[in-house]
Ligand binder design. Sequence first.
Ligand SMILES: Cc1ncc(COP(=O)(O)O)c(C=O)c1O
Length: 392
Amino acid sequence: MTSGRFLPYSRQSIDDDDVAAVAAALRSDFLTTGPLVEQFEKAFAEATGAPHAVCCNSGTAALHLPAMALGLGEGDSAVVPTTTFLATANVVRMTGAEVVFADVDPETGLMTAETFDAALDRARAAGQTVSAAFPVHLNGQLCNMADLADIAAPAGVRLVEDACHALGVSGIGACEHSVAACFSTHAVKAIATAEGGVVTTADPDMAARMARLRNHGMSRDAAMFSERDLAFTGGAANPWYYEMAELGYNYRLPDVLCALGVSQLKKLDRFLDRRRELAALYDRLLAPLAPAVRPIRHGNRPHGWHLYVALIDFAALGTTRAAVMQALRASGIGTQVHYIPVHRQPYYRARYGALDLTGADAYYARCLSLPLFPDMADDDVRRVVDTLQASI
Ligand SMILES: Cc1ncc(COP(=O)(O)O)c(C=O)c1O
């Protein structure tokens, strides 16, 4: 990336190999579902250590599939940290279940054992049955899944990881403490398939069900057929026959995009190494701006570095986040805010009323995502820090 161009907060890294892979897929027999779907799923499972991977056409679909496969619906509730993208909560509502918003740690934005417990207590007091929870590995930081599982298991709550920010982090995708982990391959994520998503699970039945739900709920597996008169002629399955036992969606990821996914996955480790280097440089260059500007403390814990977030005390600096963002933009630097607490969205306020989630509010008041993507140069980081310093 050259220093003179507009520097977005994130951006995909596409090279000639990716272009060639997509071009080859375009010239092949399949544009939609073909051999590359399975190839992408296999490569993704290998890259994440997941027993099973089911790809689909967005991270939102990747969250909706396990929500459906778990049987969430009216009368159920699911815990979602309020500091996340809308989709984590919305998929719960798409099933008809209710969202119980959990607060987050004000320093990391993550749901913790304490905030999870508090959300469960609130739901119990309101007479709600919580059957699932969706911890979010925000920015690429990992939730403490073992701690959350210790609380979830005795309460009969199944954990679905929103790992849209954490592809490539060791152990994420293997589902040691969860029933599923959900990834996005949207353009600005760790790897890009333009739009796309993948859900991983250790449960083969759940994987098979999610694969059916991704394709209209349709099955061509003769062992599943229940309408014997329609399905079989002389004991053999009819060659045209398919059956739908439950309502599904068209959440299929086309071969053309799976080609991009296979090509991008080969570079995942390199992308992450570069993100890690850039984050370390930010940490070093921002250190003199403490305590008013402070990177999230991550120690040496594994991190996906999807986003580089600085916590900034705008009030103490006598400025506002809007003014700082505008000043950076005027200097050709894009930044973003991840996220407006979802419980504050008009749809959810109308449904659940005002909630007092002070950790999320404190995180939201200070967070600013600075540019971070593998094609950035070290000089880009220097420019961001210098410009930030001049703007506060
Ligand atoms: C935490 C989180 N969950 C879910 C999603 C939804 O993913 P997609 O945009 O691929 O549908 C995103 C995407 O921004 C996300 O950041």
